[in-house]
Design a binder for this molecule. Structure first.
Ligand code: G1P
Length: 289
């Protein structure tokens, strides 16, 4: 198998209703974690793992994302003239990070449908990664790279899994199957199982490593949970064929699609910044008294 991570798909067509009014005119993917838009953290993870092309599946009102990864001549020129070398380099680096192409998902018909919209850009002869912007994973080895490694070793598709409390399984795709070392051979995978009916407490977190024929599978998938075309239902087909590994990745995951998770992510990432760490800790001690 050639390296399965040349191309990655980043679905970013959602309306971001959980973050209104902030997301009325600003794509939710551009909301900052400290001072870095969440989507930049996602693209950085993919690039660190070797991705060369990022396929953004976007919708109306998302052009700020494309602008963010493009050159900004005016800004770069000003930063250079005013000798703000560090900022200049930072801004420059973002636009040189990866080749970004964007495709449109014209109707919000679900995550599976969004991934299918990337088919013309991915093509039908190579494996690819999928990263969901709401799931931030802070880890030494990029999470999507951990999946790619397992995929290359096994020749199988991979999905990231993490144990969650029993009362949260209905919020996720949930997978089960026999252990293979630290991972599992997925035999069953269900999208948002009703309370009490989850096959395990291993939740799908938004990282996937997929074979090109997943597009054919997605083309046949019928609307599932919430009436949407679910990526999980395509994974269930791969699982039935014995072609899906669930990877218990290492790293700290934050749900940036949830307001509390978003605030926690900001605190966690800020605490890693040497210039913010001490004053933030002092402030937290003060407010918690
Ligand atoms: C999506 C997937 C779900 C997965 C989750 C991870 O759901 O459909 O299987 O567990 O992402 O964040 P969403 O959170 O978009 O409803």
């Amino acid at each position: 198998m050639k390296h399965p991570l040349r191309k990655v798909v980043v679905p970013a067509a959602g309306l971001g209703t959980r973050f209104l009014p902030a997301t009325k005119a600003v794509p939710k993917e551009m909301l900052p974690i400290v001072d870095v838009p969440a989507i930049q953290l996602i693209v950085e993870e993919a690039v660190r793992a070797g991705a060369q092309q990022v396929i953004l599946v976007s919708g109306r009102g998302k052009s700020a994302i494309e602008d963010h990864f493009d050159h900004s001549y005016e800004l770069e020129d000003t930063l250079q003239r005013t000798k703000k070398k560090e900022l200049f380099e930072q801004v420059r680096r973002i636009s040189e990070m990866a080749r970004l192409v964007s495709v449109r998902q014209k109707e919000p018909l679900g995550l599976g449908h969004a991934v299918l919209a990337a088919k013309p850009a991915v093509g039908t002869d190579e494996w690819f990664g999928v990263l969901l912007g709401d799931d931030l994973i802070d880890s030494e080895e990029p999470a999507i790279g951990q999946l790619a490694r397992v995929s290359m070793q096994t020749g199988k598709a991979a999905v990231a899994l993490m144990p969650v409390p029993d009362d949260q399984t209905q919020l996720y795709g949930v997978a089960a199957g026999p252990a293979v070392g630290a991972n599992i051979q997925v035999e069953k995978i269900v999208e948002k199982p009703a309370r009490g009916s989850a096959p395990s407490n291993l939740a799908v977190i938004g990282r996937y490593l997929l074979p090109p024929d997943v597009f054919e599978i997605l083309e046949k998938v019928k609307p599932g949970a919430g009436g949407e075309i679910q990526l999980t239902d395509a994974l269930a087909v791969l699982a039935k064929q014995g072609r899906l590994i669930g990877v218990r990745f290492s790293g700290e995951r934050h749900d940036a699609g949830d307001r509390l998770g978003y605030l926690q992510a900001n605190i966690a990432y800020a605490l890693k910044r040497p210039e913010l760490r001490d004053p933030l800790r002092a402030y937290m001690r003060k407010v918690l008294q």
